[in-house]
Write a protein that binds this ligand. Structure first.
Ligand code: IPM
Ligand code: MG
Length: 386
């Protein structure tokens, strides 16, 4: 077959798929209400590498904070173990079917890092479990807060999490040896819902500025649409100041000590959000300190934003891995399901242990504390604060 026609047919199939996705998005109207559920099921997904070790520590803290609710049956904490690179390779799927069914039986998930194979790895180049989970559970809002009080930094990034350059990231087309295409996807529905989530959050928390970040001057079709729709949604929130920046200058302005203090809530397409949230986390002490929530209408998933550090496991150092990022994710989970008091106390205790008191310090090696000792320290701190 003519290679142009073959590529065009692949593209046509992708279009059909995305049109069907748009219809599914339109059909899903309402957000789940946790206070209306008889029981909230929290799935704890270890992932791989250092994932199971650090996730276990966050789970202990959750179980400690929710002891009464677990006792009364209002909350169930359920371990889900199969999301490892070995199992995923065996099933040749980003998320094996049985694991996906287990995930879907929960309401919210706490997830450790999972290994993302890339070209050149010993693993087949399957799709990232993260990316697949965000798509499968339609977790469209990746919310990543970064706070450094003494520098006047108080940012909350709303990264679109299911579209942009990620939507078809593993479905690009090699036309022939000389030519390859990837695709970038923006939908009206997908953009409206992330924009609304960001503006609603700003309104609810009294944050007075929302910044829209794109590269609409060059990526005119998809970023242009993203920017236009965000600006349309902004009109429903006249009390909130809105500005828009291109991603290149925004990246620079995050290191401008004066300007950056003005940013509050930031909306971005998927790839820019991925990149800039790593930069932003660096001001707070690195990606190991940040937690991240992935919110959809039916499901929500909370995770550490760092990787699975397989080398630490190979060198026998998994017990020294830093659980702070996943513990912060656990606190975001508590907040999301309505246990705001518990979320607050956990955040306070964690900040105290990490930044103020520092009775234990984690170095990732045997000269530092283990993750288990650190989690105990956090729980003791909570006990003392109550
Ligand atoms: C993140 C990560 C993932 C992403 C990787 C692991 C696929 O970098 O959560 O930011 O690119 O989204
Ligand atoms: Mg990233």
């Amino acid at each position: 077959m003519d290679k142009v026609q073959a590529a065009a047919e692949k593209f046509a199939a992708l279009i059909e798929n995305q049109l069907a996705r748009v219809e599914r998005m339109k059909a899903e109207k309402d957000f789940i209400q946790y206070d209306k559920l008889d029981k909230i099921i929290i799935g704890v997904v270890g992932g791989d590498g250092i994932g199971p070790a650090i996730t276990h520590e966050a789970q202990r803290i959750l179980e400690y904070l929710l002891a009464d609710e677990i006792q009364s049956g209002k909350i169930e904490v359920r371990e889900i173990n199969g999301l490892t690179i070995e199992n995923r390779v065996k099933a040749n799927k980003a998320i094996p079917d049985d694991v996906l069914a287990e995930l879907k039986a929960c309401h919210v998930l706490l997830k450790g890092p999972t290994t993302t194979p890339r070209a050149g790895d010993p693993w087949p180049n399957i799709e990232s479990a993260n990316v697949a989970m965000r798509k499968e559970l339609d977790l469209f809002a990746n919310v990543r807060p970064v706070k450094v009080a003494e520098k006047g930094i108080d940012w909350t990034f709303f990264r679109e999490n299911t579209e942009g350059s990620y939507a078809l990231g593993s479905r690009g087309v090699h036309v022939d040896d000389d030519l390859s295409f990837d695709f970038c996807v923006t939908t009206t529905e997908g953009t409206e819902r992330i924009a609304r989530a960001a503006f609603e959050y700003a309104r609810k928390t009294g944050k007075n500025r929302v910044t829209i970040v794109t590269k609409a001057n060059v990526i005119k079709t998809t970023d242009g649409k993203f920017l236009n729709i965000c600006q349309e949604v902004a009109k429903e929130y006249p009390e909130i100041e809105v500005d828009d920046w291109y991603i290149d200058i925004m990246t620079a302005k995050l290191v401008d000590e004066k300007r950056r203090q003005q940013f509050r809530v930031v909306i971005l397409p998927n790839l820019y959000g991925d990149i800039i949230t790593d930069e932003a986390a660096e001001f707070q002490g690195g990606v190991g300190t940040a937690g991240s929530s992935n919110l959809g209408k039916r499901y929500a998933m909370f995770e550490a934003i760092h990787g699975s550090a397989p080398r630490m496991v190979q060198e026998g150092r998994a017990q020294y891995a830093d659980p702070c990022s996943i513990i912060r994710a656990a606190s975001m989970l508590l907040e999301h399901i309505g246990y705001t008091d518990r979320a607050e106390i956990l955040t306070k205790a964690l900040d105290k242990c990490m930044y103020e008191e520092k009775k234990l310090v984690i170095t990732g090696r045997s000269d530092g504390a283990t993750g288990a000792a650190f989690a105990d320290y956090v729980m003791e701190t909570i006990r003392a604060m109550r």
